[in-house]
Write a protein that binds this ligand. Structure first.
Ligand code: ADP
Ligand code: MG
Length: 258
């Protein structure tokens, strides 16, 4: 933590907004189901997904590479693009691969069967052909429930923002006792939601804290009255974002005092 002004603001905090993945959950995903279409084996589906995701630093991508279990032959990958809040696009063995959520499938016009699961679903497509889906599960942090209960008992409102599916986000919010949850948000939507909360609180004189891991939420960390960066995943982006907001707010005068 830098700057005593943030400690003072913490005392006036009326709303604490949390990111989900990597913040209230471990962000360590594990593959729990592999469901290829006919003529494709589960191993083949995992291999394509793992190679395509190998250049992504998202926790989802890491779990797929772990499941693959072999060293990734990077010479097979000739293109990669992160599609924020949707998934990824990559070229593997010369094939154009997409891996991501239903929003990505809708965007590229691929049919899929909607999965009613509380796990995060990654759909995989090769050269416009649907290859199947993989279900990945994350675990809620053991001490998160207690922390949320403590905040709620002090009359501080708790809110969770997530880019994940409605079923997953609402399940996690229920497990934790978070009072409000907004799901299926793109990074820009997260900023808009926070702006709304900030505006409501400004009228009441309350401060808003945001707790995030820096993956897909750095702009929100920057925008909150108090940005709290988690120490593990994506911490560089998170710390940089919280620092930058500090510099912008505090200005030169205070900076020279440090
Ligand atoms: P959160 O808001 O929970 O931290 P993100 O904004 O990082 O989640 O991601 C939102 C959603 O986008 C994920 O739940 C997932 O469906 C999809 N997604 C993001 N990155 C990837 C990826 N590398 N591979 C597959 N799906 C992804
Ligand atoms: Mg996150």
């Amino acid at each position: 933590m830098k700057g005593s002004n943030y400690l003072e603001q913490l005392a006036e905090t009326k709303v604490v907004v949390f990111d989900k993945t990597g913040t209230v959950t471990h962000g360590v995903f594990e593959v729990v189901e592999t469901a290829p279409v006919e003529n494709i084996s589960p191993d083949e589906l995992i291999e394509v997904a793992a190679l395509a995701e190998s250049l992504s630093n998202h926790p989802i991508a890491k779990s797929l590479v772990d499941k693959y279990g072999k060293a990734v032959d990077t010479s097979r990958i000739s293109g990669f693009e992160d599609i924020t809040g949707h998934g990824i696009k990559a070229v593997v063995d010369g094939n154009e691969i997409y891996a991501g959520n239903t929003r990505l499938m809708d965007k590229i016009g691929i049919k899929y069967t909607d999965q009613k699961t509380v796990g995060t679903v990654v759909h995989v497509v090769s050269n416009g052909k649907y290859l199947g889906h993989i279900v990945i599960a994350d675990r809620v942090k053991e001490d998160a429930h207690e922390m949320i209960a403590e905040l709620n008992s002090r009359g501080i409102e708790t809110v969770m923002l997530t880019g994940d599916a409605k079923t997953v986000g609402e399940d996690v919010a229920r497990q934790l006792g978070v009072q409000k949850v907004y799901t299926e948000l793109l990074p820009g939507d997260k900023v808009d939601k926070l702006e709304q909360i900030l505006k409501d609180q400004k009228a009441k004189g309350g401060k808003v804290a945001f707790v995030g891991d820096g993956i897909n939420d750095a702009p929100v960390l920057t925008r909150a009255d108090i940005g709290i960066a988690m120490g593990a995943l994506g911490s560089d982006a998170a710390i940089e974002a919280s620092d930058r907001s500090e510099e912008r707010r505090v200005g030169k005068e205070c900076r020279s005092r440090w």
